[in-house]
Design a protein around this ligand. Structure first.
Ligand SMILES: Nc1ncnc2c1ncn2[C@@H]1O[C@H](COP(=O)(O)OP(=O)(O)OP(=O)(O)O)[C@@H](O)[C@H]1O
Length: 347
């Protein structure tokens, strides 16, 4: 299932001209410099503005083409803004139920939204007494209670301080794991996108610069540093010995220095491609951590003197960036080992 969107918007001094296709599930991050057209694209998708030259299909649902336009209130889209825009005179419960009444969703959906955002204990509180993070959780629950077909989030964490951002990110992570619906998420924060996104859309001056899976494009989030990056999900297995923790991944089991993580928790690891070292002999058992058998899938030139190698490691694709001379003799199908040198837990 995919989302197909084509829009041509002409404004004084600005035009948006995009033709894009992205998955109708998981979290797609929409990033780009200020004024590049992110909100305009979101509004076009929500149907909040009707741009004559547009086409939009979400899965099987045709929302706009040359002859038809489904108005915003019939698209059942959940919209989460920077500010939660709650009704201050109503309780948390009434605020969340507001979404329910408007869209005739059921009680079970409301219950799920309350559970997912863990706001059950806040239901009888007034909005005024809540922290910024709690208010945003209520705002997200209200959007979900309406059982939307799609969730649009326009910088939902931008108005929060660092502590409240950290509080809310785990909810967003579990939300996008548990929801079937697509989430389109605008953000200026590379770190946030790194932790949350499955797919990336990069806009610049109203034009699409890049569109692809996070794993393929994450290096573009940090244009000035570090080169290619690998980002992939892992689950916490258990602590192997004091200070060390085991993580299961599609590549195999990682052992990393960490403690206090709950068993089963899903996190992401980030590994710079230059920290994926190639070993042409099997690394000594027991003496080397995080070494896995790998197969070469593709070799690409990278920066001058460097080669980017795409490797199949178990069920995971990993990029390694090495000096060109190291890659001499490698070709599609070459078998070797990788040793992962430095791993960052990103959330
Ligand atoms: N209603 C409008 N009428 C005319 N121009 C507009 C309108 N809304 C936005 N613009 C212009 O369109 C361009 C894109 O704006 P948009 O808000 O989509 O960018 P953005 O990428 O979301 O920016 P930011 O990251 O700062 O929120 C900007 O130049 C903006 O000034």
């Amino acid at each position: 299932m995919t989302i197909l969107a084509r829009f041509l918007v002409e404004r004084e001094g600005f035009s948006l001209d995009v033709d894009l296709k992205f998955p109708a599930r998981g979290l797609t991050a929409l990033v780009g410099p200020s004024g590049c057209g992110k909100t305009t694209l979101l509004r076009a998708i929500a149907g909040l503005e009707r741009f004559e030259s547009g086409f939009l299909q979400v899965g099987n649902l045709l929302w706009q083409d040359r002859d038809s336009f489904v108005p915003a209130h019939k698209r059942s889209i959940g919209y989460v803004f920077q500010e939660p825009r709650l009704f201050p005179h109503l309780s948390v419960r009434r605020n969340v139920e507001y979404g329910l009444r408007r869209r005739r969703a059921d009680r079970q959906t409301l219950h799920q939204a309350v559970e997912l955002l863990q706001i059950g204990h806040l239901l009888d509180r007034s909005i005024a007494g809540l922290s910024g993070g709690e208010q945003q959780r209520v705002g997200i629950a209200r959007a979900l209670a309406a059982r939307p077909t799609m969730l649009l989030m326009d910088e939902p964490l931008a108005a929060l301080d660092m502590a409240h951002k950290q509080e809310i990110i785990p909810y967003l992570q579990s939300l996008h794991r548990q929801l079937e619906i697509p989430v389109l998420y605008v953000s200026h924060s590379a770190d946030e996108v790194m932790r949350l996104a499955d797919h990336l859309l990069i806009l610049d001056e109203g034009r699409l610069q890049a569109n692809g899976p996070m794993q393929e494009l994450s290096h573009l989030l940090y244009p000035s540093s570090g080169g290619y990056r690998n980002v992939f999900p892992v689950h916490v297995l258990h602590s192997s010995e004091p200070g060390l923790c085991l993580f299961s991944s599609a590549a195999g089991i990682f052992t990393l220095p960490h403690q206090g993580l709950a068993e089963g928790r899903e996190l992401r690891l980030q590994v710079l491609a230059r920290d994926v070292l190639l070993c042409f002999q099997k690394p000594g058992e027991g003496s080397v951590l995080n070494a896995f058998p790998a197969r070469v899938v593709e070799l690409r030139p990278s920066l001058p003197g460097l080669c980017l190698i795409c490797l199949q490691v178990g069920d995971l694709s990993l990029y390694s960036e090495v000096a060109e001379k190291v890659s001499v003799g490698l070709q599609f199908g070459s078998e070797l080992y990788v040793q992962i040198n430095h791993v960052e837990i990103v959330g």
